[in-house]
Ligand binder design. Structure first.
Ligand code: PLP
Length: 375
């Protein structure tokens, strides 16, 4: 069945930019600048400028961005890196692949981002860095996190993979810590036509290290100063992203307005918890997630009505089979674990129409009311 409101419609999102994008891809083909090269450099300049005059280093994915940021900072075996369990697994994988150990803290009940008050409980002599995640496009509460990091000599790497253009106290996320990591996976607020990512930083020495690491540790062709890896960004992705970057702000504004529409439509429904935007942040709603008790039944009713939903994420990282070796038990992180059972992500992309938004609001209300009647 064709959904009336898909969870995400990338074709309608890309449609208005397609002529520009095709011509940009044509330029890459004509110049044969496929791996790294001038198109990547141009995108890096644009994205760095967008992120408040930072350096930007284009890489192959958000996962690589996180991994290289940690390597560039010297995080490795014997170190602990503190992060949150309610993220995409890549946040923890990057820590593991740096050689360090992921250590989790619970999240704030209203914002679903790192609870700064929990950091002190897990701090040890091994702790080397903190990775707050700007989950769903909502900036983590950075000031207390940065202060804690300063007091204890820790690095802060922001996982901004869902938060392109989000702001904390009028500053772009990704520029607040030592490094910020972005994913340009196609479904993200700024998405490539394939896989891509970037690290941003204001630290010249760090950007040089990451630049070297992403290109086999080369300082010049075939002269390798360190052991790196191939994490270069594709020329075609850079050319696509350069065009799409110009449309990011408009997209984020539309997402915010759609979120406000959902907020109004669902206001007063006691069974639903809608997202909270703190006064000092600009949320960019990569995902609009509500919380409710009867999730499975509501999702089923919504799909009957032609509304696509998602669940981000059904199993927190500390309870994933892959991370059994870390030894965490259920009930370690009550907020993150409750969120994992209650979250439902509603359709969210800039091109949602007023009719579609209305339909989703009505469908959610009806589904929740019906669940109540059935109980
Ligand atoms: C998407 C995402 C990543 C990984 O990015 P990729 O480009 O898919 O490798 C990391 N962290 C979070 C929070 C993400 O949403």
């Amino acid at each position: 069945m064709q959904l009336k409101v898909p969870f995400l419609d990338l074709r309608s999102h890309n449609a208005p930019m397609l002529d520009e994008i095709k011509s940009a891809i044509g330029e890459v083909i004509d110049s044969a600048s496929f791996a790294g090269g001038s198109f990547v450099a141009s995108f890096e300049a644009d994205f760095g400028a967008y992120c408040g005059n930072s350096y930007a280093i284009g890489v192959g994915s958000g996962t690589e961005a996180l991994w290289l940021a940690l390597l560039g900072l010297g995080v490795g075996p014997g170190d602990d890196v503190i992060t949150v369990p309610n993220s995409f697994i890549a946040t923890a994988e990057a820590i593991t692949y740096s050689g360090a150990r992921p250590v989790f803290v619970d999240v704030d009940e209203r914002t679903y981002t790192m609870n700064p008050a929990a950091l002190a409980e897990v701090l040890t002599a091994r702790t080397k860095a903190i990775i707050p995640v700007h989950l769903f496009g909502q900036p983590a509460d950075m000031d207390p996190i940065l202060q804690f990091a300063r007091e204890h000599g820790l690095f802060v790497v922001e996982d901004a993979c869902q938060a392109h253009g989000a702001e904390y106290k009028a500053r772009k996320v990704g520029t607040l810590g030592d490094a910020g990591c972005f994913s340009f996976y196609p479904g993200k607020n700024l998405g490539a036509f394939g896989e891509a990512g970037a690290v941003v930083t204001k630290n010249a020495e760090l950007q040089e290290k990451i630049r070297t690491l992403r290109d086999h540790g080369q300082i010049r062709k075939y002269y390798h100063s360190v052991i790196g890896w191939n994490c270069r960004m594709d020329g075609i992705q850079a050319a696509v992203l350069r065009i799409k970057l110009r449309h990011l702000e408009r997209g984020n504004r539309l997402r915010r307005s759609h979120a406000a529409h959902y907020d109004r439509a669902l206001e007063g429904l006691e069974e639903i918890v809608t997202p909270v935007e703190l006064p000092c942040v600009r949320h960019v709603y990569h995902i609009y997630a509500i919380r409710l008790a009867d999730r499975d039944e509501v999702i089923r009713l919504l799909s009957e009505k032609g509304v696509g939903c998602g669940v981000h994420y059904p199993v927190p990282i500390h309870l994933q089979e892959a991370y059994r070796n870390l030894g965490y038990e259920p009930a370690s992180f009550p907020v993150a674990e409750r969120c994992a059972t209650e979250f439902v992500s509603l359709p969210m992309f800039p091109e949602l129409t007023p009719v579609q938004l209305e339909l989703v609001g009505q469908a959610v209300k009806q589904a929740v009311t019906r669940c109540l009647v059935l109980k």
